[in-house]
Design a protein around this ligand. Structure first.
Ligand SMILES: *Cc1c(COP(=O)(O)O)cnc(C)c1O
Length: 380
């Protein structure tokens, strides 16, 4: 039961209602045309995302996870190759590497940005290393300039897991465009969310773009129906999802602004509590702008706080309860027992608070009040 004091971790209901007439206008067009995948809406979405990100090629597919697999494969990452990535990220970052047959090498992160530690990445390079996969989590990018310099020096590729990073830019260049290829996820909770699954590959490389386009449709030659040049997948994007995304893209910058206001409201109030650590920006060669996909708080009594908030109808999400190297299906990886103290501390202390454009100032105040109450009152 939703009550006035319920704050779900995520809700997109009000946003959908807000956008509904413009979405349904596009849906009616789709129904009139009678083409339901990879058609006009998807082409328009690809064009709009190219404009938004500045990428030469934007190729829509079924999910952010598929986009990672397609991008890695198209970049030539496969059996025998190692890919260095952070141990603190969503599971799809690492599973995509394994699905293309390569070996993931998981390394620790830096505090603040929760992104891969460039020094750890450099130390993990071997003769088999093919690529580095920076992941941009929560509200800022990894230290892209440093990582790209390192990759260039060593002749490695950079494949960015920029699934969360729409709107994030470093020195004016959109996330996902620093490396050979990058991705976007349009999972419903993401900053630009569909009403289901969808994703996108971003690249400036013509050859990679062509391979991704082929591979998302079974490996079929673009100009020759029923002729398959390689083994691919079915990873098409639905016209319906493209219609939703095109509509929401028109308001994306406003939504990003609203997210920033809400994040600032949390930070101003929670900064006064000595028991918690509010989000901060890790020093990087060039700073990324902040785009608030997730508001991540750290506290020593995280698990108790999560229970306390749940008892008061406030939803939270623990990102991520354990480093990837501690996942049951990944414990066999070489290096899985290497110490990753920063990731371990984050997995013990971090919790995501509700943050989405539908959230009201009053709801943020309520969550803050409860966090203060949990920690025994405000410390003035
Ligand atoms: C969401 C996400 C993905 C996967 O995207 P899906 O669209 O859910 O498949 C991959 N990596 C990161 C970091 C993500 O946050």
């Amino acid at each position: 039961m939703l009550t006035d004091t319920t704050v779900p971790f995520f809700s997109g209901a009000a946003s959908v209602r807000r956008d509904w007439s413009r979405i349904s206008h596009r849906v009616r067009k789709i129904v009139r045309r009678g083409r339901f995948t990879s058609h006009e809406m998807v082409h328009q979405l690809e064009k709009a995302i190219k404009e938004y990100t500045g990428a030469q090629h934007a190729i829509a597919c079924n999910s952010g996870t598929d986009a990672l697999i397609l991008a890695l494969r198209a970049a030539g990452v496969g059996p025998g190759d190692e890919v260095i990535l952070p141990t603190y990220t969503f599971f799809a970052s690492v599973s995509s590497v394994i699905h293309v047959g390569a070996d993931p090498v998981l390394v620790d992160i830096v505090p603040g940005s929760y992104a891969i530690d460039p020094d750890r990445a450099a130390a993990a390079v071997t003769s088999r290393t093919k690529a580095i996969m920076p992941v941009h989590l929560f509200n800022q990018t990894a230290d892209l300039a440093t990582l790209c310099d390192l990759a260039e020096e060593l002749g490695l590729q950079v494949i960015e897991d920029s699934a969360e990073a729409i709107g994030m830019r470093v020195a004016g260049r959109h996330a996902g465009r620093w490396g050979t290829a990058g991705v976007l996820s349009f999972f419903p909770t993401k900053t630009l969310g569909a009403l289901g699954d969808a994703g996108m590959v971003l690249t400036d490389n013509e050859d990679i773009a062509g391979r991704v386009r082929r591979a998302r449709c079974h490996g079929e030659a673009t100009e020759l129906r029923h002729t398959y040049l390689e083994l691919g997948w079915n990873s098409r994007c639905d016209e319906l999802q493209a219609a939703v995304l095109l509509t929401r893209l028109e308001r994306l910058d406003q939504d990003i602004l609203r997210r920033a206001q809400l994040a600032q409201r949390y930070s101003e109030r929670l900064a006064r509590l000595p028991q918690v650590t509010i989000p901060w920006q890790a020093p990087a060669k060039h700073q990324s702008n902040l785009v608030w996909y997730v508001y991540l708080l750290e506290t020593e009594r995280r698990d108790e706080l999560v229970d306390f908030l749940a008892d008061h109808d406030v939803g939270t999400e623990v990102y991520y309860p354990r480093p990837l190297s501690h996942q049951p299906c990944l414990r066999h990886l070489p290096g899985a027992r290497h110490p990753v103290p920063v990731a371990r501390a984050a997995s013990r202390r971090a919790v995501g608070l509700p943050l989405y454009p539908d959230l009201t100032d009053e709801q943020v105040d309520l969550v803050c009040e409860l966090i203060e109450k949990f920690h025994g009152g405000r410390d003035e």
